[in-house]
Design a protein around this ligand. Structure first.
Ligand SMILES: Cc1ncc(COP(=O)(O)O)c(C=O)c1O
Length: 379
């Protein structure tokens, strides 16, 4: 496979379009979240669906994360193959073929999964029994996203079903399902622009978590952990006294959509660390065309922002289709020349990463840095 760059070469040699990580900025983001979690006595389990990269997951774990979250069985398998030993599939899996893979994987790494249905628990239990393995199970409750999850009042019955599929040995389930707690992620809260709106959304989520905890304890089961939170809301879950684990993902790369949120008081500041390197391939009088279109960056959360390295007024990115981006200059701003490098900040990091086979990591700035080593995608 052609690589977009070689180790040790300068940024100017990176072929375009390429997905480039400013590793210095990423390190600062990584440390800021790890420090926050430590200072607030929270377990940190970053979401690896965002980067899908074992090398980055290892950096997060080395900085203090207990493990990582993933959203898909294939992501869990790829990270396990690459040496990640503690993985939580923070999502529902219902297909029996996939559940058989989950059950097998549970024999290789410390694995957890979310459930939100009696059928899901029954199928999971069947798969785990056939494999003779053990698995931690979180009951997911809907705390406002309107996606997966049961109503809080139904959490106790589902937890009871989970517990009934454990095979205790000296008090602890040695095989089968272990009830690990509640999954309570509020996706819609993450991108509410004002900090006050996000705080109110999480206050409501916390009330629902408390109701779910009451449902579980009234079924005679203790609730070891509540896990959830994303980059837009983690300060509020950390302050809630009910959540014990944070699952943010995007903080590491910080996309344009997250940068449009008002900062929450007392939240660490995160920098953009993920960029698309592109170059001008055609030049008109009133516009320039770059070689990065929708096949280089996701547009579900808006078009990318053009990044100005020298602090010059930003150019405007306009939709040019799959392989092209159109740059427009506000009055008084000069368009870049043919062949000039243009850096983009993607609107949404997760689906942007999913479009690429490689990251190019750069140390020492996007303007003049060098590429120290390979960082490969895992999936
Ligand atoms: C279940 C779950 N947890 C955590 C996250 C991480 O959120 P973010 O990348 O916004 O920090 C997501 C993202 O969609 C998610 O679905």
């Amino acid at each position: 496979m052609d690589l977009p760059a070689r180790v040790g070469e300068g940024v100017e040699t990176i072929d375009t379009p390429a997905l480039v990580i400013d590793l210095d900025a990423m390190d600062r983001n990584l440390a800021a979240m790890a420090d926050f979690a430590r200072a607030h006595g929270m377990r940190l389990r970053p979401h690896a669906k965002m980067h899908k990269c074992a090398a980055i997951a290892k950096l997060q774990i080395a900085a203090g994360a207990v493990g990582v979250c993933v959203q898909k069985v294939s992501e869990a398998e790829a990270l396990a193959d690459a040496g990640i030993g503690d993985i939580y599939i923070s999502n529902e899996v219902i297909a029996e073929t996939k559940l058989a893979r989950v059950a097998t994987l549970a024999g290789r790494v410390k694995l957890a999964i979310a459930v939100d249905s009696a059928l899901g628990v029954q199928r999971l239990a069947h798969a785990v029994k056939a494999a003779g393995t053990a698995l931690d199970v979180f009951v997911e409750i809907d705390v406002g996203q309107g996606r997966c999850g049961v109503a809080p009042a139904a959490a106790g019955a589902l937890a009871h079903q989970v517990v009934s599929h454990g095979q205790p040995e000296r008090g602890l389930p040695a095989t089968g399902l272990r009830f690990a707690g509640l999954q309570a992620y509020h996706g819609r809260a993450q991108h509410l622009r004002s900090a006050a709106e996000r705080e109110a959304a999480i206050r409501h989520a916390v009330a629902l978590v408390r109701a779910a905890q009451a449902s579980v304890t009234s079924a005679g089961i203790s609730c070891p952990l509540v896990t959830g939170a994303g980059t837009g809301s983690f300060v509020y879950e950390a302050a809630s006294a009910v959540y014990g684990e944070l699952q943010p993902g995007s903080y590491l790369f910080m996309d344009a959509d997250y940068a449009a949120n008002d900062a929450a008081p007392r939240a660490p500041r995160f920098e953009h660390a993920l960029f698309i390197k592109s170059q001008v391939m055609s030049r008109g009088i009133s516009h320039a065309v770059i070689d990065a279109g929708h096949k280089s960056h996701a547009i579900d959360s808006g078009l990318p922002r053009v990044w100005s390295l020298a602090g010059a007024p930003p150019l405007e990115f306009s939709n040019g289709g799959d392989e092209h981006g159109i740059l427009l200059a506000p009055s008084g701003v000069t368009l870049p020349e043919l062949g000039a490098t243009v850096w983009l900040v993607p609107g949404h990091c997760d689906p942007t990463v999913n479009l690429h086979t490689h990251f190019v990591g750069v140390r020492g700035s996007l303007a003049a840095g060098r590429r120290p080593r390979d960082v490969y995608l895992a999936d």
